[in-house]
Write a protein that binds this ligand. Structure first.
Ligand SMILES: NC(=O)c1ccc[n+]([C@@H]2O[C@H](COP(=O)([O-])OP(=O)(O)OC[C@H]3O[C@@H](n4cnc5c(N)ncnc54)[C@H](OP(=O)(O)O)[C@@H]3O)[C@@H](O)[C@H]2O)c1
Length: 240
């Protein structure tokens, strides 16, 4: 990826990335391989993906696993497969957006609303609950939120339901953090900026290479800092 990635190493040498078939998740997996980590990265099903295309060049540094985060049985099975292992970093990146920017939230199809909440909130939190057990007690659990999850910063509207899912995700992570108060793990809600991916669209201002190396550097810098933080890719705190 960037020159930043090739120059640096990482304190997170054992990394599990959930939702890495393409887009930001795949880029995070690649970035950690470039920084010398051993990476397990998940795809959702048996379709060939950009992660599969990249995998041969990563050699033994990358293992491709499989999980659909909306399926509790698959999450439990993944936990069982990974149980003997310990990761420094669990990074849950999976997410969906099913309504266009200008759509009025209350007009969304009920099934699309449910699917977005199921994936972006419930699925992500179920993944945290299942896979926390394979994370080192001094390690990090990072979740891909979005700047759009900030209630305080929402003066422009747009992406109404997507925003609501990320705000709900942030709130669920705050409850998780409250329940785990006193533990040593770093808990992170990350905002990558608006990035050109299938979800972000061709008109997004940032390329993946302008977001992910910086975001990974920020995640790495948080290692060993207990408690929950909501951060942009440069490590700046975002208002809840
Ligand atoms: N791009 C942006 O500007 C931006 C900004 C802020 C936050 N984010 C967040 O960053 C994350 C990644 O976004 P992206 O732009 O890379 O999106 P993307 O290109 O659409 O990729 C989404 C990823 O999530 C996976 N996924 C979706 N539902 C899943 C499920 N049920 N189980 C497992 N994996 C699932 C997809 O797998 P499949 O290939 O199988 O569909 C894919 O790997 C999302 O959480 C998104 O909300 C993105």
């Amino acid at each position: 990826m960037s020159s930043e990635s090739t120059k640096s190493s990482t304190p997170n040498t054992r990394v599990l990335v959930v939702g890495a078939s393409r887009g930001l998740g795949e880029a995070i997996a690649e970035e950690y391989v470039a920084r010398g980590a051993q990476v397990v990265a998940t795809v959702r099903d048996d379709r060939a993906t950009p992660l599969h295309e990249y995998a041969p060049s990563a050699g033994d540094a990358l293992e491709v696993e499989r999980v659909d985060i909306t399926d509790p049985a698959q999450l439990a099975a993944l936990r069982e497969r990974l149980a003997p292992r310990t990761f420094d970093l669990l990074f849950i990146v999976a997410g969906i957006s099913l309504a266009p920017q200008g759509a009025i939230g209350a007009t969304i199809d009920t099934a699309d609303f449910a699917a977005m909440m199921d994936t972006n909130v419930l699925g992500v939190m179920r993944t945290v609950e299942e896979l926390q057990h394979v994370v080192d007690p001094d390690g990090t659990i990072a979740v891909m939120s979005s700047g759009q999850g900030s209630i305080g910063n929402n003066t422009s509207g747009g992406f109404e339901v997507y925003r609501a899912t990320k705000a709900a995700l942030n709130q669920m992570m705050r409850s998780y953090a409250a329940r785990h108060d006193g533990e040593r793990r770093a808990l992170l809600l990350m905002a990558p900026g608006w990035v050109r991916t299938d979800m972000g669209g061709a008109g997004a201002p940032l390329g993946i290479e302008e977001s992910i190396p910086a975001l990974v550097t920020t995640v790495d810098a948080q290692r060993g800092e207990p408690g929950l933080r909501y951060l942009d890719r440069h490590g700046r705190t975002i208002p809840w």
